[in-house]
Design a protein around this ligand. Sequence first.
Ligand SMILES: Cc1cc2nc3c(=O)[nH]c(=O)nc-3n(C[C@H](O)[C@H](O)[C@H](O)COP(=O)(O)OP(=O)(O)OC[C@H]3O[C@@H](n4cnc5c(N)ncnc54)[C@H](O)[C@@H]3O)c2cc1C
Length: 511
Amino acid sequence: MSEVATATESAAAASQNTAHAASQNIEHFDVLIAGAGISGVGGAYHLTTQRPGTSFLVLEAQDSFGGTWLTHRYPGIRSDSDLYTFGYRFKPWTGKPIATAAEIRAYMGEVIDDNDLARHIRYRHRIVSARWSSADNRWTIEAVRTDTGETVRFTANFLWMCQGYYRHAEGYTPEWPGMESFKGRIVHPQTWPNDLDYAGKKVIVIGSGATAATLVPAIAPDCEHVTVLQRSPTYFIPGRNKIELADTLRELGVNEDWIHEIVRRKILFDQAAFTKRSMTEPEVVKQELLGGVRAFLGPDYDLEPHFTPSYRPWRQRIAFVPDGDLFKGIASGKASVVTDEIERFTESGILLKSGETLDADIIVTATGFNLNVLGDIDFSIDGRPLDFADTVTYRGMMFTGVPNMVWVFGYFRASWTLRADLVADFVCRLLGHMKQKGAVKVMPVLRPEDKDMQLFSWIDPENFNPGYLMRGMHLLPKRGDKPEWQHSQDYWSEKDQLPAIDLDDPAFAYG
Ligand SMILES: Cc1cc2nc3c(=O)[nH]c(=O)nc-3n(C[C@H](O)[C@H](O)[C@H](O)COP(=O)(O)OP(=O)(O)OC[C@H]3O[C@@H](n4cnc5c(N)ncnc54)[C@H](O)[C@@H]3O)c2cc1C
């Protein structure tokens, strides 16, 4: 039996055993974790190892763990970060650096099994509301069981929000005129139908981000042709799906714990240098990235219309293309790129603004996500609805005026899990500090010196501006002009700053 199956089945059994009790009584936990993706499972691990004896529960809407790596089932689904840094700090990654969703889930399944975490996770529980009561100093969480429709309630001292950043049930598809007239199928990669037969078909993939870069090489060999239709070009980094340093250390018999740590450090060192160069010499970096693409497409391919973005490198996530597979598909003629805008859908495909038409049997809308602020949960504090846009973020982890809650939002430019591990250390330290102080409540508050601070949107669009964030920015907490009140997105400074946070700083109000 696979590791994934083992963890899934024991979790399902645990879920059934306790479901009846949960419907009868309101169970109480020290900590309630929302979501069993890479952040939530990591949080459960850190709690058991750093805060043994803490009672906790993970509630997950889906029927298994994995989050992103369970939801996305389109052909070719894989990471675009290396798994040495996307993997947890505490569990060595031993496979190829770019991993499939199945490999990532198997790795998470091992973490669950090795640490006996399944008994803490309840699947098919969608959290719908969370109400803080200052009289009781606790959260009441209401969840709907997706299998029975039953509503169940829990109380918790502390909420650890690991619900990710987008709505899992459906992806973002813009409305284009004439969509209803298209005679073929329109599919979003996030809800890829199991029965979709694309063999011998003409397929248009709208969008050229990481999803398209993964999907196109996976389906192109079977399709008649795949056309990538993009409004504007994206940066790609083609490279080999291997890390020579890791292979050498293995040949030398170095143990996997050491290899994991050394390779992480090397990758992070190289990424820091790359990010810095993207800021200080963007034109040189741009030419290097284009050179990588040209190496696959050949000197005669005109990179100008399709592969030369107008923005500076690193304003949006750069998709890694392992072994250049996307470009090999283009070079072979099985896939092609069109850079244009959609005028409207037609019965047989898409009419472009240039007047050109593209025929298709299937249109895939790789057009991104719907941002979801804190799991589409109705939050209230002492009966007042909570609008996160009215709060200021404490280092992208907590919110002014919101007690006993931390959320995990990872990095855009480095692996998400690097931050999930750092935030977990912070939560565990904070819980320990509260216990030591005898506090039952902690909440970030603006200090006297912060009162007149200018407030900005959560992320600076000049710094990072993907569509899903731009569409949802008005829903997100505000950012101030001091490091405490910003979500810096900089792993290299946060790795030192977060562990050094003074928990007795007046920015924390205890009760
Ligand atoms: C296709 C794709 C590829 C990506 N590749 C990378 C990559 O290579 N590197 C990288 O760093 N990042 C990548 N990301 C970003 C990625 O989402 C994160 O890295 C990471 O997997 C997020 O983990 P998470 O556990 O925080 O959230 P998620 O994976 O989003 O998991 C959240 C979980 O919470 C559950 N949940 C949400 N709301 C509720 C609720 N109300 N009640 C109960 N449960 C709820 C969801 O069902 C889900 O299982 C990728 C994203 C996508 C979509």
